[in-house]
Design a protein around this ligand. Structure first.
Ligand code: GLU
Length: 305
C-alpha cells in the first residue's frame, strides 16, 4: 500500500500562538486526519526565534487536543537540504545574485507602471564587473530565482482556481539563510506533505511556491487557505488585542476545552473537543469569512456558545 500523504502545521517560534494560530492548527489537523493523512509539525525557525516559544507552542497544540505522527522537524537543522535545492537551480542557470537593498527594491517596486510588489529584476542583467564592484563594496548578495513565469495558477480547496504573480523570488537571503519560500517548498516535498492548510494571508505567496516546486521537479501539494481571525478593526490578531493566547485565557479562568469549544463554534461546528470537531468535520461548510474577535470576547463566547 502506498504511504498515506501528510498534512502539517508549521509555526514560527517567534512568540506564543494566538487563537488565530490555534484555529488554523486545528483546521490543518482536521483536514489531515479526516482524509487519512499523517499530521506533522514543522518548526520554522529560520527567522526570529523567541527562547522557550517552541515548547510553549507544542504544549498549547497538545492542550487543545492535537496529536502528530513523527518527531517535530526544525528548519534550522536542515540547512544542507535547502542548499542542495539552491545548487540544483543554480546548476540549471536559474539563479542570480541580487545586491539591492530593501529600500532600493521598495522604491523600484512603487515606481509608476512597476509590477505590484514584485521584484523589478534590477540585478538580473548585471555584468560580471558590476557584480565584482558590489562585492568589493561589501554589499551582501541575496540569491534570486531567474523566473521564466510572471504568473502561475494553483487550485485551492476553499478558493478554487487562484492565479497570482510569480517574480524573481529570493531563495537565499543576504545573510546566507535560505528564504522561507524556498524552505517551505523543499520541506513539504521532503516530508511527503501533499496537503497544505494554512492562513489565507499566505495565498498570494502560493503561486510562487508552486512554481518553485515545479521547477525542482516536486509535486505541488493540495492547498486549503483558511480565513484568519481578525480584531475588531479588521486587522490580524496580535498580542495587544487582549487575551489572545491560551495562557491569557487560562489566566482568565478558561480551560483549553472552552477555548476549543469557542474555536469550533467559530467554524460552525458545535464540538467541544478536537476529536468531536473531527467527527463532524466538513470542509464544504467552513466559513469563508474571517472570524472577528472583539476585545476579550473569546472567553464569553466559550462559556455561552
Ligand atoms: N511559518 C509560517 C507562519 O507561521 C507558516 C508557513 C506555512 O504554513 O507555509 O506564518
Amino acid at each position: 500500500m502506498p504511504e498515506p500523504g501528510a498534512g502539517r502545521y508549521a509555526p514560527s517560534p517567534s512568540g506564543d500562538l494566538h487563537v488565530g494560530n490555534l484555529r488554523t492548527a486545528l483546521l490543518a489537523w482536521a483536514f489531515a486526519r479526516s482524509t487519512g493523512r499523517r499530521f506533522l509539525i514543522r518548526v520554522e525557525d529560520l527567522d526570529r526565534v523567541r527562547p522557550g516559544a517552541e515548547q510553549r507552542q507544542l504544549d498549547d497544540l497538545a492542550a487543545i487536543g492535537l496529536d502528530w505522527d513523527e518527531p517535530v522537524v526544525r528548519q534550522s537543522e536542515r540547512l544542507p537540504i535547502y542548499q542542495a535545492a539552491i545548487d540544483r537551480l543554480t546548476a540549471a542557470g536559474l539563479t542570480y545574485e541580487c545586491f539591492c537593498t530593501r529600500r532600493e527594491i521598495q522604491q523600484a517596486a512603487t515606481a509608476p507602471h512597476g509590477p505590484m510588489g514584485a521584484y523589478p529584476g534590477t540585478c538580473r542583467t548585471l555584468t560580471e564587473e558590476a557584480r565584482t564592484r558590489f562585492r568589493e563594496q561589501g554589499r551582501p548578495a541575496a540569491l534570486r530565482l531567474r523566473s521564466a513565469a510572471t504568473e502561475f495558477e494553483i487550485v485551492d480547496e476553499l478558493h478554487g482556481r487562484y492565479r497570482g504573480p510569480v517574480d524573481d523570488v529570493v531563495l537565499r537571503r543576504g545573510d546566507g539563510i535560505p528564504a522561507y519560500n524556498l524552505a517551505v517548498v523543499v520541506d513539504d516535498a521532503a516530508q511527503g506533505i501533499d496537503q497544505v492548510v494554512r492562513g489565507d494571508d499566505l495565498l498570494p505567496s502560493t503561486p510562487r511556491q508552486a512554481y518553485l516546486a515545479s521547477l525542482l521537479g516536486l509535486s505541488v501539494p493540495h492547498y486549503a487557505h483558511v480565513p484568519l481571525v481578525l480584531n475588531a478593526q479588521g486587522q490580524r490578531l496580535a498580542k495587544r488585542d487582549g487575551a489572545v493566547t491560551l495562557a491569557d485565557q487560562r489566566a482568565l479562568g478558561a480551560t483549553p476545552e472552552q477555548v476549543v469549544t469557542a474555536l469550533a463554534h467559530s467554524l460552525g461546528n458545535p464540538a467541544t473537543s478536537a476529536a468531536e470537531l473531527l467527527d463532524r468535520f466538513d470542509p464544504a461548510r467552513l466559513p469563508r469569512e474571517p472570524w472577528i474577535l472583539d476585545g476579550n470576547g473569546l472567553l464569553q463566547r466559550s462559556r455561552c456558545p
